[in-house]
Design a protein around this ligand. Structure first.
Ligand SMILES: Nc1nc2c(ncn2[C@@H]2O[C@H](COP(=O)(O)OP(=O)(O)OP(=O)(O)O)[C@@H](O)[C@H]2O)c(=O)[nH]1
Ligand SMILES: [Mg+2]
Length: 347
């Protein structure tokens, strides 16, 4: 989620996750917010319910997946009564290789997963269809970082405050504790300029360098480009005529080569998905959130199914632990490499 400061990105995320609307002036999302801290969400495509997956939920999911992978492997390796050379069957021989090798890592995260497997039958309520939301801050530095995050299978949600005129220069401000601070007097963008810059940065493709995924891209059905979704907030403050006018203006400013990278709302008519992110619970908040989830789910070409090794998730959790130990919300590259090196040596 990307957009000028105060556009309503964090409030929109609350709507998507069916959290109650905020009643006070929000703080700006800070810049030092690494991808590792992206919000993990499980998506139920039938009920259009998006649910935040916390650390415990992820550990349970991993435990269940590991258990399933192990039972598949158990079927593939010969069982003791199938060993015909008369050698005494080693009880460990029953254990699949994944338990003996890669998962004997002396690492707290893997231990936690193993404990969950041993403790109880894992009950899973979460779907295995996930997405990650990166709620970026509105600071200009994020615009430069955008191509790093805009990969295939990612949807760039450009969030614009519809109550601000498209060509008015916006002030870049931080909000902390109810007060606002100016970011830089030299940086003045309009919603329109922000939109065009976001669309063109996202066109710079940063491919995912995973062989299995790259194979999928040879399938023409799967788009290898990130798409842009224009979310118009503060819909409660504007008229339908104003919305029409904004749609017209934004659409006419798109060059033909990037036009296909913007998701249409009504093809040929509109590209803005308007929303009041603060809609109260007794005025259909849940339905508004589900409709928005549905519109996002309908964006063809942005979904990509790949099997992610359990070790990657364990590494993600491990990095969070390392950062917590250092009382920081970010890690330096050397710290990440060293955390990874310990894991891979042990593996
Ligand atoms: N009326 C109205 N106000 C909104 C709407 N969306 C957001 N707001 C208000 O705008 C303020 C800023 O919203 P945030 O979601 O925090 O904005 P943001 O884009 O995350 O801001 P940064 O993190 O600074 O980039 C909130 O305090 C809300 O009161 C909306 O749809 N309608
Ligand atoms: Mg925010």
């Amino acid at each position: 989620m990307h957009g000028p400061p105060g556009a309503g990105k964090t409030c929109a995320q609350d709507l998507l996750l069916n959290n109650p609307p905020t009643t006070h002036t929000t703080n700006s999302t800070p810049i030092a917010r690494p991808a590792v801290k992206a919000t993990r969400v499980s998506v139920d495509n039938e009920t259009m319910k998006w649910e935040k997956v916390n650390r415990d939920g992820l550990l349970e999911r991993l435990a269940s997946d590991l258990k399933e992978a192990a039972s598949h492997l158990m079927k593939e390796i010969p069982q003791p009564d199938e060993i015909s050379d008369g050698a005494s069957p080693d009880s460990n021989a029953k254990m699949p290789a994944i338990f003996n090798e890669s998962f004997s890592i002396d690492d707290g995260v893997i231990e936690e997963i193993m404990n969950i497997i041993q403790c109880s039958e894992v009950q899973l309520n979460l779907s295995d269809h996930w997405l990650y939301i990166i709620d970026s801050g509105g600071q200009p530095a994020y615009q430069e970082l955008l191509p790093l995050f805009a990969r295939a299978a990612s949807l760039n949600i450009i969030t614009l405050d519809l109550s601000k005129h498209l060509d008015d220069k916006l002030d870049f401000q931080y909000r902390i504790g109810g007060k606002t601070f100016s970011c830089s007097s030299n940086l003045k963008y309009s919603n329109h300029e922000f939109f065009l810059s976001a669309v063109s940065s996202a066109v710079i493709l940063k491919p995912i360098d995973v062989p299995k995924v790259m194979k999928l891209f040879s399938n023409p059905e799967i788009s290898s480009h990130p798409m842009n979704f224009v979310l118009g907030t503060h819909y409660d403050l504007i008229t339908e005529d104003k919305l029409k006018e904004m749609n017209k203006e934004l659409m006419s400013s798109l060059k033909p080569d990037v036009e296909n990278y913007v998701v249409p709302n009504v093809r040929g008519e509109s590209i803005i998905f308007p929303v009041n992110t603060l809609v109260p619970e007794d005025e259909g908040r849940m339905k508004a959130g589900q409709d928005l989830c549905q519109s996002i789910a309908n964006c063809g070409g942005t979904s990509l199914k790949l099997s992610v090794p359990i070790r990657w998730f364990a590494f993600e959790l491990c990095l969070q632990k390392v950062a917590e130990k250092k009382s920081r919300s970010f890690l330096l590259i050397d710290e990440v490499i060293s955390a990874g090196a310990i894991g891979s040596r042990a593996a």
